[in-house]
Design a protein around this ligand. Structure first.
Ligand code: XIL
Length: 365
């Protein structure tokens, strides 16, 4: 998984390798664990170990195809991350493919895996304008009918994992932030803005202990969209809607430039000061496949700044999740061709400067 000890000047990787192997022993239980770690090599703590020591959930979204195909993917996930977020398998089209049929097979498998490896699960996502099945997008529903569909969906999915999924993205990417406060969607058009209130109420009813989040994009810095987002969640709170926190996706780039460290800090802090938990929920920093070493360092700084903004909030920042963890598998190449190098590990599972920056920040006070 990591660089060979023979590679000059990269003893860091060698240390990380021992630690990873140790975790692999714990997880898979099939290796000769007594001989896996070289006692003469100091152990390099993993992201997971450092984060757990300071009570921060560091998580990764999981791609089911990679999970199924690649044992290294699963072992690295367990070694490095204490929180698992299903990338796609809990989305409406996958988990509720026809009006009378739910398909929980993949979601059940990820929940089982996470529990077996003592990982916390963050559910993603109950209501989104994308990843909808044809029976929803092509259907003709009255407001009452669509409310019924949504109540059934949320009650069934959250209820199935009651007590096992710690937190949920209840509604995803609902803010518009330009002229209109809310993004146009089937839910908004047919039901109206109260679909958001109802979704939180039903999710809370189905699992009163689960922490409920509104997750959104392009709201990481102080800007018009994050203003609209703050107003929206304050409105929910003032109406007694059970919302615990806000997820900031953080799909960032170098060009256009990401929010500055000060901007990120100020924005997350104003949500925390307003009484909301915050999490960095889907971070990646896409840089060109052809980018040079300086771009990798710049990418690392963006990661560091986001983690720093989170850590400065103490327990108000409940998690730091990246959308995947290795450039071997990611959503970026299909969504943004030519910009695949977005995650902390490269396509060979080697730590990039971004990974090292996260480790270094977790080791600071
Ligand atoms: C993405 C997945 O990673 C892709 O595999 C899928 O094709 C589309 O969705 N914001 C979100 C995530 O909230 O659910 C999206 O995930 C990425 C953007």
């Amino acid at each position: 998984m990591w660089a060979s000890r023979r590679r000059p000047g990269r003893t860091y990787h060698t240390r990380a390798r021992s630690s990873t192997l140790l975790h692999l022993c714990l997880v898979v239980g099939a290796l000769e664990c007594g001989s896996a770690a070289d006692p003469s090599v100091p152990q390099q703590a993993t992201l997971r170990q450092l984060a757990e020591a300071r009570h921060l959930l560091v998580g990764a979204a999981v791609a089911m195809n990679a999970y199924n195909a690649d044992t290294q993917y699963r072992a690295t996930l367990v070694a490095q991350y204490g929180c698992l977020v299903p990338g796609n398998v809990m989305k409406f089209d996958q988990i509720h493919p026809s009006p009378t049929q739910y398909d929980f097979a993949n979601a059940d498998e990820l929940v089982r895996f996470a529990q077996a490896n003592r990982m916390v699960i963050h559910g993603h996502t109950l209501v989104w304008y994308l990843s909808l099945p044809a029976w929803i997008t092509g259907g003709t529903f009255t407001k009452a009918q669509l409310l019924q569909v949504l109540e059934d969906h949320i009650t069934t999915v959250v209820g199935r994992y009651r007590g096992r999924i710690a937190s949920w993205d209840v509604v995803n990417e609902v803010v518009d932030g330009t002229a209109a406060p809310l993004r146009s969607s089937l839910w908004l058009q047919v039901i109206g803005p109260e679909y958001i209130d109802s979704a939180f109420v039903w999710a809370h009813r189905a699992d009163p202990a689960a922490k409920l989040y509104l997750n959104d994009t392009h709201a990481e810095g102080v800007n018009r969209k994050s203003d609209a987002l703050l107003a929206l969640v304050q409105g929910l709170r003032s109406r007694g809607i059970p919302i615990d926190g806000v997820g900031f996706e953080a799909h960032l780039t170098l060009t256009p430039p990401p929010p500055t460290a000060d901007d990120l800090r100020a924005n997350l802090a104003r949500f925390a000061n307003a009484g909301f938990d915050v999490r960095i929920s889907e971070m990646d920093v896409r840089i060109a496949d052809t980018a040079d070493a300086s771009a990798l360092l710049a990418e690392a700084t963006v990661y560091r700044n986001a983690l720093d903004a989170c850590l400065r909030l103490g327990s108000r920042c409940t998690g730091f999740t990246t959308w995947g963890f290795t450039d071997r598998y990611g959503w970026i190449p299909s969504a943004y061709p030519g910009f695949g190098r977005a995650l902390p590990l490269d396509e060979h599972y080697e730590p990039k400067p971004a990974y090292q920056a996260l480790i270094a920040r977790l080791q600071e006070p």
